[in-house]
Ligand binder design. Structure first.
Ligand SMILES: *Cc1c(COP(=O)(O)O)cnc(C)c1O
Length: 390
């Protein structure tokens, strides 16, 4: 017998990923494992590869690895670049910083543009840095689309325009881990060379899969790469995927889940998925401002559909609030990462999520604020409900 008390009802998993997994996806993953070299497997592979392309808005190959998002970052860098290559990257928050550290460890030279963790990638700074690079020594531009640590979504279309305005040939790498299937994303139209993503955010799956969507230009660059590596090779993925297989054992049951999750996304319609995320995010922002608290994101053009990061007043402890809410109401909220530790909490409104789940989530936050003694104004939940029912 466990000492843990029984907690009736569902746990509210309102961190910005891993997100809630729909019951039908959980059931799909409970199917028996099949032979990944057997005759049934190609149908699964082909169906997934066909259904996933419209999620990235691409005609290019999308490679699926048994890995977390961090593996997807490393995969992109190893395949398309060479040791010592220079990359241009932007300090939008914790995830941008982690990706930069992967690049550092691989022996790339990172030109790091400092940021305040309250704004996305500044397209003007992209243009400026690339125009200054007259010898074209920068081989790639790295941008995080939705910076999950701050709830700020960079304007990737504008960053693309800045690269074009500088007439610079650098590859363009984008982390869309927590924006994919939450916010419009255009791999082809924005001429992104590698889009990195992961399973546990908008794709509504457990952690364990990472993705690289890869342009022709990036595939061509991979043929010149001087990095030594094996597990991440795009060329092996490309040739095995063409026959419906993988170079090594794929995560079969996560792929069952992915097939079902993609089918749910297409049933709802991606435009409806984005509109739902926008509506729930906007309701959350209205609650936050009614509470008299501050959203970390300062630019309304960079508001985020996936998560809202809320600053607590100076002298208050956001993690103490999160603990109260977990213990009293069985809800997990996102912690402050890196230099925002203790200063913010993050409300995830991502993936399989609806109005009443949001009402419960915001209700839990408002009750937690009341118990914690953090100075705030009542009425956040009402402001959100008014918006959702208008
Ligand atoms: C979740 C996330 C990742 C991936 O992190 P893992 O823990 O390696 O799965 C990368 N980038 C962003 C923006 C994320 O939100």
């Amino acid at each position: 017998m466990s000492n843990t008390p029984f907690r009736p009802g569902r746990h509210f998993l309102q961190i910005p990923g891993p997100s809630n997994v729909p019951d039908s996806v959980l059931r799909a993953m409970a199917q028996p494992v099949i032979d990944h070299r057997g005759p049934e497997f190609p149908a699964l592979t082909f169906n997934i590869l066909e259904q996933i392309k419209p999620v990235f808005n691409t005609e290019s190959p999308v490679f699926i690895y048994p890995a977390s998002g961090t593996g997807g970052w490393e995969c992109a860098l190893l395949n398309a670049l060479s040791p010592g290559d220079k990359v241009l990257a932007f300090e939008t928050g914790h995830f941008a910083t982690l990706w930069k550290e992967v690049a550092d460890k691989l022996g790339l030279e990172v030109q790091w543009v400092a940021g305040d963790w309250r704004h996305g990638v500044d397209p003007e700074k992209v243009e400026e840095a690339l125009k200054a690079d007259t010898t074209h020594s920068i081989k790639a531009v790295l941008a995080v689309h939705t910076e999950t640590s701050t709830g700020v979504t960079s304007r990737i279309d504008k960053v693309r325009q800045a690269i074009d305005a500088a007439a610079h040939p650098a590859l363009f790498f984008v982390d869309a881990v927590s924006s994919l299937a939450c916010t419009e994303y255009q791999h082809d139209e924005w001429k992104v060379d590698v889009t990195v993503s992961g399973s546990q955010k908008g794709l509504m799956l457990p952690p364990g899969l990472s993705f690289n969507a890869v342009s022709e230009k990036a595939l061509a660059a991979s043929k010149q790469s001087k990095f030594h590596h094996s597990y991440w090779r795009w060329d092996a993925m490309l040739s095995f995927n063409a026959k419906g297989y993988y170079p090594y054992t794929p995560s079969t049951n996560l792929l069952y889940g992915l097939e079902e999750a993609l089918s749910l996304l297409h049933q709802e319609g991606l435009d409806n998925v984005f509109a739902r995320h926008y509506r729930l995010a906007e309701a959350t922002r209205r609650a936050v401002s009614a509470w008299g608290l501050e959203n970390i994101c300062l630019n309304s053009e960079e508001f985020c559909n996936s998560t809202t990061a809320v600053l607590v007043p100076e002298g208050s402890d956001a993690d103490a609030l999160r603990t109260i809410i977990l213990q009293r109401f069985n809800m997990s909220l996102g912690t402050g990462l890196g230099k925002l530790k203790g200063k913010i909490f993050r409300i995830g409104h991502i993936g399989d999520f609806n109005e009443l789940m949001l009402a419960g989530t915001l209700g839990g936050v408002e009750m937690g604020l009341n118990i914690s003694g953090i100075p705030y104004q009542k009425g956040g939940v009402n402001a959100a409900l008014d918006f959702l029912s208008s």
